[in-house]
Design a binder for this molecule. Sequence first.
Ligand SMILES: Nc1ncnc2c1ncn2[C@@H]1O[C@H](COP(=O)(O)OP(=O)(O)OP(=O)(O)O)[C@@H](O)[C@H]1O
Ligand SMILES: [Mg+2]
Length: 275
Amino acid sequence: MVEEAAAKESPAAEPTAASAGAAAMIDARGLSKYYGPFVAVHDASFSIPQGQVVAFLGPNGAGKTTLMRMLTGFLAPSAGDARIAGFDVRKQRIEASKRLGYLPENGPLYPDMTPLELLGFFGEAREIAPRTLKGRIEAVVELCALGLVLEKPIGKLSKGYKQRVGLAQALLHDPEVLIMDEPTAGLDPNQIKQFRENMQRLGRTKTLLISTHILQEVEAVADRVLLIHNGRLVFDGPVADLEENGSLDEPFYRLTRELPAAPTAAAGGEASPAP
Ligand SMILES: Nc1ncnc2c1ncn2[C@@H]1O[C@H](COP(=O)(O)OP(=O)(O)OP(=O)(O)O)[C@@H](O)[C@H]1O
Ligand SMILES: [Mg+2]
């Protein structure tokens, strides 16, 4: 069931050479998450090649965070598997995590640490050589404009600064793949602009999956859209294919208002839609 789950509604979901394995940098194969009879994510399959910037859209409760947590190995799927740069995120966790930067939904942990301590801690945990680490910390501090708050405990930082620390942590080891859950939530307009420019630059060489509720952000940074509704992928394709009259508002509204596909037996019983 898992391997055959690739085709979805969209033309871009068609398997490519990359989706067969090696060249895919983010690979989801039949990922599902059920909480009892409740369907959080059902049978999600897609493959993202190197250098693609993909926006992950969906209303509140659609399953974005759940799917991202499965892709990054932080949540065990009920079915299916995920690969980062060809490495299984559960069976080859260390290899996968070397190539992956993940910004979780609620920013960084460890409120008692300062940003400098946190970056040092993650750098050591990732076994970055001290001399390289110094340069990497300088680079992400500059990129995320953290210079003013380096010595302040993270728990005392404003929401936007916490988010910037999370971004810096995700970028610290210069990963090939970045998975970011609402990275611009809470950022001020200057930082959003800066972030988009950074993503456009990073997207030239890296593979990015970014969830967002800001549809203009999709048009600004993404090549492709994955749209999830009630735990099911309802669109996977180029941004231009989803747009109507140059906007994503109406198609988003329509696709996420429609009822989900009939529940399948895969949940082991009646499948409840997401709230
Ligand atoms: N541990 C859990 N037990 C039961 N249900 C859960 C659990 N974790 C998540 N869910 C449910 O799974 C669904 C998907 O949640 P998820 O956080 O993935 O949505 P999301 O698309 O990220 O939403 P948002 O845009 O609000 O961040 C929600 O209905 C949520 O309540
Ligand atoms: Mg979420």
